[in-house]
Design a protein around this ligand. Sequence first.
Ligand code: F6R
Length: 260
Amino acid sequence: MEIIIKASVAEAQDEAARIMAAQIRTKPASVLGLATGSTPIGVYQLLAEFHRAGRLDFSKVITFNLDEYVVLTPNHPQAYREFMRQHLFSKVNIAADRIHFPDGLAADVPAHCEDYEAAIRRVGGIDLQLLGIGSDGHIGFNEPSSSLASRTRIKTLTPRTVKDNARFFPHANEVPRHVITMGVGTIMDAHACLMLATGESKAEAVAGMVEGPITADLPASILQMHPRCKLVLDEPAAAKLRRAEYYRWIYENKPIWQRV
Ligand code: F6R
C-alpha cells in the first residue's frame, strides 16, 4: 500500500484528484468506481474544475458507484445517484448511459446484484476504484464482519454508520437501514484502488487498516492484499500510524518517474 500523507485536507483532495485525472488522461475510456460521502466532495469539485478548464474529458469514461440506499427514490436528495449528479455528473461531459448505480428500488435484489457484477465484468473491470473509509473500518458499505470475499449484495448498516450518516438527514430515523453495496471481493477486483481519508475521526480505522491484522472486523484491512492501492491522508487521519515517518520518507524519496 502506498501511503501519502498531506499537510491539509485541501492538499489531500488535490493529490487524489490528480491521481484520478492522470488515470483518465492515460486511458480516456477508464472505468471508474466512485464513492459518495463527505470525503470525496472536494475531489469531485476539482475534477469538475479540470473539466471546465478544458483539461479533462469524461466523454469516454464509464462509472460504477459503490453503493446506494435501499428504498430511497433516485431523485431523493440523499440518494447517492442524486449526490453524484449534484457533485460531479451535472458538471462534466459524461453520458447518462455510461453511469451505473446499484438500484435501491430493484424488485429482485439478488438478480440485480448479479447483473451489476456482470456489467462491471462486461467492460473489463474497474480501472480505478475511489474509496472512503467508515469510522468502523467499512469500505463501500461492507460493515465489520462482512465476508472479505463478498460480492455486490444487500447489507444492513450498523447503528454507528446510521449515526454517522444522520448528519445528512433531517432526523436519524430517516436514514435507511439497508444499502446495496459492491462486496469486498468486488472492490478487491479493481485494477487499482485509491482511498482518501481525512480528519481525526478516521485515524483509528486508518491505523487498523494499514498496520493491524487483516480481519473482517475491519474490512478495509483487506486492502493490505491489494497490489495497487494508494492511500491519501491528511495529518489528523494519519495521526495514529506508528510508521508515519517512514511513509513520509518513502514519499519524499520517490523517483520522479513514480510520481503522478
Ligand atoms: C460511500 C461509501 C462509504 C463512505 C464512508 C465514509 O459510497 O462507500 O464507505 O466512503 O462511509 O464516508 P464519509 O466520507 O462521509 O466519511
